[in-house]
Design a protein around this ligand. Structure first.
Ligand code: PGA
Length: 250
């Protein structure tokens, strides 16, 4: 049995004080959850939110990370800075990073390897654009993102890896993939991981769906065989929408 894993990506929302207040509300509200939970505030809020989440069951995530350990990289945040303030998880290869900041699979792979080497958990995001879907290239695109993103990642590191399937056309648009369409891609992700590593590794892998997940669609998504969790953007920003998602099986 794979443990359900619900994560909130706050993106570039909430000041430090707003993040602290919201994190306190989440700790109070979600203590009864049986799922694995994570929230990813903006970099600047990480130390303050870490203090709030300490001792709770909510993990702390970062939304990105530099591909180098240290050096002359103006504006970047390193893996050691993240682990030092208590970050547990890092989201890598998010479609906004890939498309707005032109992050390549090769760059994402360097970040993935560094994060795993330094003991972080990783959520590696993959997903196709609407053009790629219409051209029938979903498996080609997602397969390449997985193979290149996980290049040289050792089988022993896979227990700290989660894949998030986020079709680009469903992120922040209100359009959700149907549970059946999403499950088909999740099953394909498992096939790729099975071929790269082992059938056992594929079965154990946690695969989140992301893209307009809401309280109204979380249950039907989570009911699918290959959907193990959700990476939530917009609906993770308010208690009214994130609590019913995090407590979907309550
Ligand atoms: P959304 O974002 O839930 O607002 O569609 C999902 C994501 O970008 O992870």
């Amino acid at each position: 049995m794979r443990t359900p894993y619900l994560a909130g990506n706050w993106k570039m929302h909430k000041t430090v004080s707003e993040s602290v207040e919201f994190a306190q509300e989440l700790v109070r509200t979600l203590s009864s959850s049986r799922s694995k939970l994570m929230v990813a505030p903006a970099f600047l809020s990480l130390p303050a939110v870490a203090a709030v989440l300490q001792g709770s069951k909510i993990l702390l995530g970062a939304q990105n990370m530099a591909p180098e350990v240290e050096g002359a990289h103006t504006g970047e945040v390193s893996v050691r800075m993240l682990t030092d303030v208590g970050v547990n998880v890092v989201i890598l290869g998010h479609s906004e990073r890939r498309h707005s900041y032109l992050e390549s699979d090769e760059l994402v792979n360097r970040k993935v390897r560094l994060a795993l080497e330094y003991g972080l958990e990783v959520i590696l995001c993959v997903g196709e654009t609407i053009e790629e879907r219409e051209q029938g290239r979903v498996e080609e695109v997602v397969g390449a993102q997985l193979r290149e993103g996980l290049d040289q990642v050792d089988a022993r590191q896979l227990d700290r890896l989660t894949i998030a399937y986020e079709p680009v056309w469903a992120i922040g648009t209100g359009k959700t993939a149907t549970p059946e369409d999403a499950d088909a891609v999740h099953a394909y992700v498992r096939t790729v991981i099975g071929a790269m590593y082992s059938p056992d590794a594929a079965q154990r892998l946690s695969i989140q769906y992301g893209g307009s997940v809401k309280p109204t669609n979380v249950k039907e998504l989570m009911a699918m065989e290959n959907i193990d969790g959700a990476l939530v953007g917009g609906a993770s920003l308010a208690i009214e929408s994130f609590a019913p998602i995090a407590l979907f099986d309550a």
